[in-house]
Design a protein around this ligand. Structure first.
Ligand code: ADP
Ligand code: ZN
Ligand code: ZN
Length: 818
């Protein structure tokens, strides 16, 4: 007998672990508090308390916990329920959800590297190649275990590399992290108690006549206090009086001045609350707003289908207003961090200081701060704007979730687990809180539209752009013909070139979309046909001119560009294909006097990189913005009148059942950036295949036709939303073993589940980071229980794991993979 605590450990193990606690601890502990626990021989983990009971485990002797880390729960009941749903539905462990849900500052472990908290501007060119790789990996993951680094660079280089990075201030190591994790305190000063009145001040100044510097400080402080009722930071006093810190310290020592600290937010926003403005919806928006509110009486979730620039944001704002009026919190999800800065400015105009942002480019401490504000239901976090991870915040009182650009595939987390779809997890989260959910898009996903048509979701549409602005004029440019007639300048058809020249002449701006980053994706030897390949992955290396390197976009491998062919030695290397970097350069050569900016993964690594590019473009410091899919999404620029799509075919030819849907969405969205004010925007799509049905549907803005055709195809070939798909990927370095194992798994699945199994098959990139991959698709007809199917799969997995020769094989489940 005694008291026992079950905890969730932040590791991929299926079960909860049980620890011993004292009676006193048992009364104090609540689910959702963190505890430090011993694990294995020497590890300490931060774990989450789950439940307390009085019977110990039978299989092992429970160890005692080290320490309770919180006074009140950090995670609430809603979250625990939601995370359990995610773990169950997406086939991962609660520990994996915990790990990605909590800001890493809450889950300290030995030997973790994180980006530093302070704003360091790191010059990428200053970094050596291996340093750059780690820096880059940290931009994606925000924290890395030292062990994980050995997967990126050579093992024997790991420790010296880490030391160099810590020295250069690129990363922090864990010990320092404990030190750094403190609330931010700002130092203030005021006059000591004895000297606060005006008469006392006279006396004081007289007593200081022999110390002119000190008397100057006192005088300055008095002046500052007269000017503003706000507390005076020490730094302000230093500036005002022109004195050094030592002089101020002398006064503090004499108790003439008093120093005190106030805890301040790390995330500061400048908002002029006086400027809060109201909005008036136009009749189409008003109609959509009313119809969504009405639909909420029947369904918790509604789809808002409004063409680009129809003013969906304003409809969300009105819905949020309603939600706040009921004293509830609102969550606004965006698919891309790039969109948050524009949106926060817009929302702040209506809601002042009530809006917070949360996303992975925030430092771990900033995320802790937002977490705590949401947890305490603070005024400044009544509305949270964020990327998908903000679903994990400790809302206790959620009234509305908005999922903007709901069709975006970046809402689905690919790696690591939990591989959840933020849109679908948002619908579930809203239901747990008995809250409403609005999904919005100009090009809804086939899934959501299907749900709306079937009456599962409410539906409202806006068919016209706000303010009588016309839909853009979209035309196709046949590059095959343009090439034949020699009407190409580099990758620009004469038509596009002329349109650019005209637009520039009018003083208007241009967006150019190219689906690939880098300079050119293929370096081919024209003598022997050899193409530079990644040694670790089955892909060709992309040439990046800026670093004069060949780089793999899958594993980060890179090498200097060789002057001769690695296979035959001849110097006849040719660059084939083109990415954003090349387009930027070509355009700059064609129009030497203009400013060409670029927005892609390579130019947006720094924390404020997105903001800088977007602001520069908004303020017309750039004439043209070249970018990857980042420029296609929800951005609102006033002065853009031309959008050019360099090559639509690479989108259309993607080997995936969603390629057509996605091309339609991407092209319609990027076209939607053009002409958002009075003048009608122009869009030019370059293609080798102008008769493609999707391109026809894009030019005529015919979503309904696209939906009908795609739906029909999916019915014919049994793809979502008519079935659900679980993709199982098997990974191993041994090619034969992998083939053998995936055969075994697929036939076991067939035996149990019947004929709904496809594969095993190699994916288009069949080897990544020296591991071979093989996919098995499990199709689950509507009406068949997902839970039962998953149980069957898990049983097969158990037998599989019992086969010793398959021990090294890794299994990855991706439920509703996209
Ligand atoms: P969407 O998200 O549907 O593409 P936006 O919400 O970005 O469209 O609206 C397009 C433009 O029209 C924005 O610049 C926005 O400020 C403006 N706008 C939309 N609705 C209103 C309104 N009711 N009052 C004033 N401006 C509006
Ligand atoms: Zn690679
Ligand atoms: Zn060659």
């Amino acid at each position: 007998m005694g008291f026992f605590l079950d905890v969730v450990l932040p590791i991929p193990l299926e079960r909860l672990f049980t620890y011993k606690v004292s009676e006193q601890e048992a009364y104090f502990l609540k689910a959702g508090m963190r505890v430090a626990v011993p694990f294995g021989k020497s590890k300490i983990y931060t774990a989450l308390a789950f439940n307390i009971h009085q019977s110990g485990p039978e299989a092992y002797e429970a160890k005692e916990i080290y320490q309770i880390l919180d006074e009140t729960p950090l995670v609430n009941e809603f979250q625990l329920k939601h995370w359990q749903w995610i773990a169950q539905y997406y086939m991962c462990t609660l520990g994996e959800v915990l790990r990605s849900a909590l800001p890493s500052a809450f889950l300290l472990e030995s030997e973790t590297l994180v980006l530093p908290n302070k704003e360091v501007e790191i010059d990428e060119m200053e970094l050596k190649d291996d340093e750059f790789l780690i820096f880059e990996a940290l931009q994606h993951q925000t924290s890395l275990k030292i062990g994980e680094i050995s997967g990126i660079v050579d093992k024997k280089n790991v420790l010296p590399l880490v030391n160099r990075l810590v020295q250069k201030g690129v990363v922090l190591q864990k010990e320092e992290l404990y030190e750094q994790y403190k609330p931010k305190l700002v130092r203030y000063v005021k006059l000591g108690k004895a000297h606060q009145s005006e008469e006392k001040l006279e006396e004081l100044l007289q007593s200081l006549t022999r110390a002119p510097k000190q008397s100057q400080v006192v005088l300055s402080l008095f002046q500052l206090q007269a000017k503003s009722k706000k507390p005076i930071p020490v730094t302000d006093l230093e500036k005002e009086s022109g004195s050094s810190r030592a002089v101020i310290k002398a006064l503090i020592d004499k108790s003439i001045l008093e120093e005190y600290h106030i805890q301040t937010d790390r995330v500061q926003y400048e908002v002029d609350v006086d400027k809060v403005v109201g909005i008036t919806l136009n009749s189409y928006q008003q109609e959509a707003f009313e119809s969504i509110k009405k639909s909420f009486e029947l369904n918790k979730t509604a789809l808002l289908h409004g063409v680009t620039s129809s003013g969906k944001t304003e409809v969300y704002i009105k819905l949020i207003e309603n939600c706040l009026a009921q004293r509830k919190q609102a969550l606004y999800l965006l698919p891309e961090i790039a969109l948050t800065s524009q949106l926060i400015n817009r929302l702040r105009q209506y809601f002042g200081n009530k809006v917070a942002i949360y996303h992975s480019k925030y430092s771990i401490h900033e995320r802790v701060e937002v977490w705590n504000n949401v947890l305490t239901n603070a005024d400044k976090a009544q509305i949270v704007i964020g990327a998908r991870s903000s679903l994990f915040l400790p809302f206790s009182n959620l009234g509305l979730v908005v999922v903007d650009e709901e069709h975006e595939s970046s809402f689905k987390q690919f790696d690591p687990a939990p591989r959840y779809h933020a849109r679908d997890a948002a619908v579930v989260l809203a239901a747990l809180h008995n809250a409403h959910c609005v999904l919005g898009s100009a090009t809804p996903s086939i899934e959501s539209m299907d749900n709306a048509k079937k009456g599962k979701y409410g539906y409202a549409s806006i068919k016209y752009r706000f303010g009588d602005v016309l839909m853009p004029d979209i035309s196709l440019v046949d590059i095959k013909e343009a090439t034949r007639k020699k009407r190409m300048k580099g990758h620009f058809s004469e038509t596009l070139f002329n349109a650019i020249a005209e637009t520039l002449e009018e003083g208007e701006q241009i967006i150019l979309f190219q689906n690939r980053r880098g300079f050119s994706p293929i370096i081919e030897c024209t003598t022997c046909g050899h193409v530079a390949q990644c040694p670790n992955c089955d892909v060709s290396l992309t040439y990046h001119q800026h670093r004069n390197q060949l780089r793999c976009h899958y594993c980060g491998h890179h090498m200097a560009l060789q002057l001769s062919c690695l296979a035959c030695g001849s110097h006849t290397l040719d660059k084939k294909g083109f990415g954003t970097e090349q387009i930027q350069q070509e355009l700059q050569q064609l129009f030497p006097d203009i400013n060409v900016g670029r927005m892609d993964l390579d130019t947006t690594r720094g924390k404020y990189a997105y903001e800088k590019i977007i602001t520069a473009f908004e303020q017309q410091e750039m004439d043209v913005l070249v970018g990857t899919q980042m420029v296609t999404k929800g951005l609102d620029f006033r002065n853009v009148s031309l959008v050019g799509i360099m090559n639509a075919d690479s989108l259309l030819n993607f080997p995936d059942y969603r390629a057509h849907e996605r091309s339609f969405q991407m092209l319609t969205q990027v076209a939607g950036r053009a002409g958002r004010t009075k003048k009608r925007g122009k869009v030019l799509i370059q293609t080798y295949n102008p008769y493609h049905q999707i391109l026809q549907q894009v030019t005529t803005n015919n979503y309904d036709k696209m939906f009908e055709e795609q739906y029909y195809e999916r019915e014919q070939f049994k793809y979502p939303p008519l079935v659900r798909i679980i993709k199982l990927t098997l990974k191993d370095r041994d090619y034969n073993k992998l083939n053998d194992a995936s055969q075994w798994f697929a036939s076991s699945l067939r035996n149990v589940l019947g004929q709904q199994i496809l594969g095993p098959e190699y994916p288009p990139v069949a080897r990544i980071r020296r591991e071979y991959l093989k996919n098995i698709l499990i199709k689950i007809p509507k009406g068949q229980s997902m839970a039962q199917t998953k149980n069957s799969i898990k049983r097969i997995e158990k037998s599989f794991n019992a086969i010793s020769k398959y021990k090294s094989i890794r299994l990855v489940y991706n439920v509703d993979h996209i």
